[in-house]
Structures are given as C-alpha cells and as structure tokens.
Design a protein around this ligand. Structure first.
Ligand SMILES: *Cc1c(COP(=O)(O)O)cnc(C)c1O
Length: 363
C-alpha cells in the first residue's frame, strides 16, 4: 500500500467514526486531549516538507517553532513531544541542582509532574492559593528566603489552571508575580498548556499573557486538536539549552514535520475557535446548576467541575453511571467530576448530557 493510501485511510478514522464503530455515540468529556486532527491537518501532513530533526533539522518543525515564538513575542522556540517535556526542559534550562522551583500546590507541574524533580535535582515547593493563583504573601515570603537559604530559580504559573477548573490568572496578578520574581533574580515560567483558552476567556492576544513570563510552554494536542506535541518559547540562550536537554531526554525525533505540520495548523487556525469550547462549558455549567443537589463552578474556560458530594454517590459510581448512558467524565477527587468541552462537543451534546444527569438524579 502506498504512503498516500495509508494516509487516506487514516483520514477516514475520524473521532465520530471511532465512536460509531464502538456501537454507540459516546459523548467524551474526559479531556480536550481526545480531539482528533482536522481535515486541514491531514492535508498539511500529506504535504509537509520533511527533514531529519536530530541531524540538520526538519523545516516544518523549524517553521512551527518560529511561528509560535513570534506569536508569543519571544526570540526562539523548540518543538517537543509533550507539554510535560516542555515544562521539564524549561525548568532544567533555567535552574541548577539544589535550587528551588516554586509552583501552586495544585498546579500540573507540582502535582502531576513533580517526579521531574528526580531528574532536575531541584527542590519543588508548593504554594497554596485560591483559584489556581499562588497567595502573593506566601510567594513573596518564599522568594525572600532566597537571601538566606537555597536560591529560588523559577516561579511557575499555570493559566488556564487545570485542576482549579480552568481558571485564568488576571493580568494584574501576573504582573505582580513577574515583578516580585524578577526583583529576586528568579525567572517566571508559564505552563500555558491551555494558554489560548485563557486568552480567549479574557479577550486578549496570548502575547499579552506571555509578556509577563520568561518562558512559556503551549500544548498543541488539547483543544487545538493536533495529534501530539508542544512548543516551548523563550530567549535564544534558554531555547538552545532546552534543545540540548531535549536530546538528552530522548525527545529528539526525526521526520517530525509529520506532526509539526498539524501543529502549525493548530497554532495558526485553531486558537480562535476555543471561544466556542468556553461557551459550551458555560452552557453545561448553567444547565447543570439547575439540577439539585449538584454544585457547579462558573467556568472561565472549558473545564466544568461538578461537586456531587450531596448526591449519595461517589465519583467512581457517577463515572460508571454516566458511562452506561454514553457520557464519559473524569472522577476528580472522591466527590467531584471534571468535564472538559472541546471541538467534538456541540451545544446539542451538552443538552443530552444535562438530560442524562437529570434522569440519574430522578432515579
Ligand atoms: C495537559 C497538561 C500538561 C501536560 O501536557 P502533555 O502534552 O499531555 O504532556 C501540562 N500542564 C497542564 C496545565 C496541562 O493541563
């Protein structure tokens, strides 16, 4: 079978077809990572100009790196297999062993990726705070202890904030963090896995958020719908270190333009539509809050947290119940569910989900 034929076959494996093949129409709210590539991405993949990214470079990956860096107002960018590796290389490129990395205690970097500490050799210190924002007094106190104790090298921000329910850090808050961090000669890294959801929420270009940060990681495979990959942007010096670290971590890939081509479409033409995901999340929240005794966050972006603590069932039981009715959600702790909206979720799907919740509460 020729390469084009294989790609053609791949093109028929749409998300909708997959659900159909499994015999039912599942409404998958587990994550925006379940989004499949768009037709435009498949076309870009077929026509991508390729090279060896571990040897003399892949032109499509290079273009993606330049476009992303320019979009976010930074000197350079590096394409990585995942946002997890982008965060890890950002920390390693800008800190030394035994220095401190400060992050919100519920941030992805501190909660899901802290195993990275075993690789970076840095101390990860978690700071508490409302709605995914580290408390500024606690953050400042931690930074000031620089003068007598171990040095803080990096302060990590996350916007939108995953586990806080997609909350967006206000620009005024980011400015304060940036000022106090730089005053102590530390750097600000933004885990911007969902940066463009945050930008859509507050109605500013993403560069206005990135401006307060020295490095920014963005994930291409969440709501932006690319099949894989992330980009880290920052100064030329930092990014060239990150590129070396990527090799050390086994993150160098070869004809990676296959994936970067989809990433280019993601970054150039998929950011605007994230408004729609934020709107479907708002609809879900509004409709579900009419069902007693559910308690729902008012989402700023595309993540809806459903507090089911007063329903008499725990999160695992709810997950099973919903799954049996064709709705997939994620347990988020014992008494909450997380629902994430994305390109494959329409307002009609939301109404079906609401009906499923309502009938579950009735029975
Ligand atoms: C998903 C996510 C990541 C990790 O992204 P991968 O590309 O899956 O490694 C990092 N940070 C945040 C905030 C995320 O939501």
């Amino acid at each position: 079978m020729s390469t084009t034929m294989l790609l053609h076959n791949a093109q028929n494996i749409t998300y909708e077809n997959l659900s159909r093949h499994s015999g039912e129409q599942l409404i998958d709210l587990r994550s925006d990572t379940v989004t499949c590539p768009t037709d435009e991405m498949y076309t870009a993949i077929v026509h991508a100009v390729l090279g060896d990214d571990g040897l003399d470079g892949d032109p499509t990956a290079r273009e993606l790196e330049c476009v992303t860096a320019e979009l976010l107002g930074k000197e350079a960018g590096v394409y990585l297999p995942s946002a997890t590796m982008a965060n890890l290389t950002a920390i390693m490129a800008q800190s030394n062993r035994q220095e401190i990395v400060l992050a919100h205690e519920d941030s992805h970097i501190f909660s899901a990726e802290r195993g990275g500490a075993a690789i970076t050799g840095a101390f990860y210190h978690g700071i508490s705070g409302e709605a995914g924002a580290m408390d500024l007094m606690l953050l400042n106190a931690a930074l000031l202890s620089n003068r007598s104790k171990l040095r803080t090298a990096i302060v990590c921000l996350e916007s939108s904030h995953n586990s806080a329910g997609g909350t967006v850090l206000p620009l005024s808050y980011m400015k304060e963090v940036s000022d106090m961090t730089h005053r102590e000669n530390a750097l600000v890294h933004l885990d911007g896995a969902r940066l463009f959801n945050a930008a859509a929420s507050i109605g500013v270009p993403a560069v206005e958020i990135a401006d307060y940060c020295d490095t920014v990681s963005v994930c291409l495979s969440k709501g932006l719908s690319a099949p894989m990959g992330a980009v880290l942007v920052g100064t030329k010096t930092t990014i060239s270190k990150a590129r070396e670290l990527r090799r050390a971590l086994g993150g160098n890939q070869r004809q990676v333009g296959i994936a970067a081509a989809a990433g280019l479409v993601a970054i150039q033409s998929m950011t605007e539509r994230l408004k729609e995901d934020n709107a479907t999340a708002a609809l879900l929240s509004k409709e579900l809050s009419g069902i007693t005794p559910l308690k729902i966050n008012v989402p700023q972006t595309n993540i809806v947290l459903i507090d089911i603590s007063e329903t008499g069932l725990n999160a695992i039981e709810w997950e099973t119940l919903l799954r049996n009715k064709g709705v997939l959600a994620r347990p988020w702790g014992n008494f909450s569910l997380r629902c994430v909206t994305h390109r494959h979720i329409s307002p009609e799907d939301i109404l079906k989900v609401v009906a499923v919740f309502a009938s579950a509460m009735d029975s």
